[in-house]
Design a protein around this ligand. Structure first.
Ligand code: FAD
Length: 529
């Protein structure tokens, strides 16, 4: 395990050029308060353009706001000193933790404030095999948490599709993927956390200790404190995964089968189990580059494309993965069991595809796509993503109005994910807002702007949200982006009052994560009344 003190984009080849530029350009720290600049922790501040520019943008590539400085903490107490200083100063300064900046709308940015580069924090990863948990620093990536856990034959239970995200970043949102129907999101799988609050207090919290802080921070969009360590539940890791993709021409049949799969009760000790259910919409043009994995042969792609073109340009792909290799192999029983299950599903005959891969390869599948897109220069482009949770009772209307309506003529690249999950796997006290219905769908419209189409994609997102509002749909934004108080109040609904109370308790000067645009800095007292 190693810790970075440099922004992740720093390439050895560009180092020379960068150093030359740095000697020419130096940012002025004038905008910072003298109490900070003269404090011993100021040695952790960086003002040079390399750090400033890395912290001024994010994966979305839409919002760009330079901070005054980047803070490289070694320890949680460095973070506590910084926040205490801001909190106690009459001119408090805004501070945002930055995981790896995979946000899409500036949520990890702070115009003219201080960015904390979480990857420089010296809190590592430690597995407890007896108690089946892993302690991980808030700036650690999930890929490293996985690698370390697998050394002991163990694994976290719940994932995101992409693993180069940080523990603190996903726990501030939710962390959801195809395992969530079984285990809940990542925030449902945390035992304990160390937090530095907006007042600079260092607090350990769990369900039974400082539980108001614990639940507020989970999905709390970085508003209450900075996660410096999280204790995450582990289970025995499978060796392999049978990864299936099944094609459908009818959306209702597709969602019925997804819902059937997530209703299956978890069975123990049969040597294999259903571990993951997702799904996506495939449009004819999706096959130009299928960035999620090299799953299909050329011949398969031709057949699937033909199926799509005969179906108005759209088909649906159900993705189900069966985990196996827990001990003594009984492949024949597994084949039989999976075969029996598939017989209950109604995919298009002859359109079931199978891939047996290692557990690591399965979980790390998006990284392969990332490498391809990077090679084509298509990774560092704007990503006006829209993520929604839509209740089961609205999913058909959503399909007809959005996929078959608003997005019909869309030929933009990027996956469109659609899969169901269960509300009962989320704890009501966690901050993340979810629809008020047991089964709801996670929708990811994950488009990239390749040409000059950013404005039209943003307009499309606005139309989709407007459509959901007009129909009075029971939905929530995931990785939400609102710019008005009314928007946030509606988003949090009955959780809003508590959210504000907790803000007042743990970050009363609204120092933390101002890029979420929930509270103004300094805090607007009206929102607290
Ligand atoms: P950042 O973007 O750096 O930060 C996010 C927010 O959390 C900011 O407000 C920041 O201030 C705050 N924050 C960061 N670290 C901390 C901390 N230690 N303590 C307190 N607050 C903190 N999400 C899913 O749920 N499922 C997916 O399958 C999924 N797939 C993705 C695939 C890709 C390719 C990308 C780019 C993103 C994906 N995401 C997914 C979204 C991801 O969860 C968010 O981008 C999330 O913000 C994590 O990114 P990050 O670690 O870089 O955090």
């Amino acid at each position: 395990m190693h810790f970075h003190a440099m922004p992740s984009f720093l390439h050895p080849t560009s180092l020379l050029l960068t150093l030359t530029l740095m000697s020419i350009l130096t940012y002025s720290p004038n905008s910072l308060s003298p109490s900070l600049l003269t404090h011993p922790i100021s040695t952790h501040l960086r003002f040079d353009p390399l750090f400033i520019s890395a912290a001024s943008s994010d994966f979305g590539g839409i919002i760009h706001s330079p901070p005054s400085a980047v803070f490289l903490p070694s320890s949680p107490s460095d973070i506590a000193s910084l926040l205490r200083l801001s909190h106690s100063s009459p001119h408090s300064f805004p501070v945002a933790a930055r995981g790896l900046g995979h946000s899409t709308h500036g949520q990890a940015q702070t115009p003219s404030g201080i960015i904390i580069n979480m990857s420089s924090l010296d809190v590592g990863i430690a597995v407890s095999t007896d108690s089946m948990f892993v302690d991980a620093g808030g700036g650690q990536t999930w890929i490293n948490v996985l690698r370390e856990s697998l050394r002991y034959g163990l694994t976290p239970k719940s994932w995101t599709d992409y693993l180069y995200l940080t523990v603190g970043g996903t726990l501030s949102n939710g962390g959801i993927s195809g395992q969530a129907f079984l285990h809940g999101p990542q925030i449902s799988n945390v035992y304990e956390m160390d937090i530095v609050t907006g007042k600079g207090e260092m607090v350990t919290c769990s369900e039974s200790l400082n539980s108001d802080l614990f639940f507020s921070v989970l999905g709390g969009l970085g508003q209450f404190g900075i996660i410096t360590r999280a204790r995450i539940a582990l289970e025995k890791a499978p060796r392999s995964v049978r990864w299936m993709r099944l094609m459908y021409t009818d959306f209702e049949v597709f969602t019925n089968d997804q819902e059937l799969l997530i209703s299956i009760k978890a069975e123990k000790d049969k040597g294999w189990r259903l571990g993951y259910v997702e799904g996506s919409l495939l449009m004819e043009h999706s096959f130009r580059t299928n960035w999620r994995s090299p799953f299909f042969s050329e011949k398969d792609v031709k057949r699937i494309r033909k199926l799509a073109s005969g179906n108005g340009g759209v088909i649906y792909c159900l993705e189900a993965s069966f985990y196996y290799g827990y001990g003594a192999a009984d492949d024949a029983r597994m084949d039989q069991g999976i075969g029996d299950l598939l017989k209950k599903l109604n995919f298009v005959s002859g359109f079931a595809f199978r891939n047996d891969v290692s557990y690591m390869k399965f979980l790390n599948r998006v990284h392969e796509g990332e490498l391809k897109l990077r090679a084509m220069g298509l990774w560092d482009v704007p990503h006006p993503w829209l993520n929604l949770f839509v209740s089961k009772s609205n999913i058909l209307d959503f399909h007809n109005g959005v996929f078959k309506g608003i997005m019909k003529a869309n030929t933009t690249m990027g996956p469109i994910l659609v899969y169901p999950t269960k509300r009962s796997k989320w704890n009501e006290r966690m901050s993340t807002a979810i629809p008020d219905e047991e089964v709801f769908y996670s929708i990811g419209i994950l488009l990239s702007s390749e040409r000059n189409d950013l404005e039209s994609l943003k307009n499309q997102n606005a139309k989709i949200l407007n459509f959901c509002d007009q129909l009075g749909m029971n939905y929530k934004q995931y990785l939400p982006h609102y710019t008005t108080r009314e928007g946030w109040m509606r988003h949090f609904g009955k959780k809003w009052k508590r959210f504000v109370e907790m803000k007042n308790k743990y970050d009363p000067k609204a120092i933390l994560s101002p890029g979420q645009q929930i509270f103004s800095h300094p805090i607007d007292v009206h929102c607290l009344s």
